[in-house]
Design a protein around this ligand. Structure first.
Ligand SMILES: [Zn+2]
Length: 66
């Protein structure tokens, strides 16, 4: 049974959150792309954006050399 960490996918980003780890760059990038697409979709639907990435950015900024 394989349980590879799906880095570079939205699934991976969610898993980082679930395991309480800082999302790696590929996962953050995937989340960013997903978020951008979601934001566009929400804007098109007339809904306000959500601050999911802002949280990840803050966590990453807390790292000294990231
Ligand atoms: Zn990752």
């Amino acid at each position: 049974m394989t349980d590879a960490f799906p880095h570079g996918e939205m699934r991976g980003y969610r898993r980082h959150l679930r395991e309480n780890t800082i999302a790696c760059d590929p996962c953050l990038d995937a989340a960013r792309r997903d978020y951008a697409a979601r934001t566009r979709a929400r804007a098109a639907a007339g809904k306000p954006p959500k601050g999911v990435i802002a949280k990840a950015r803050a966590a990453k900024k807390a790292q000294p050399d990231a």
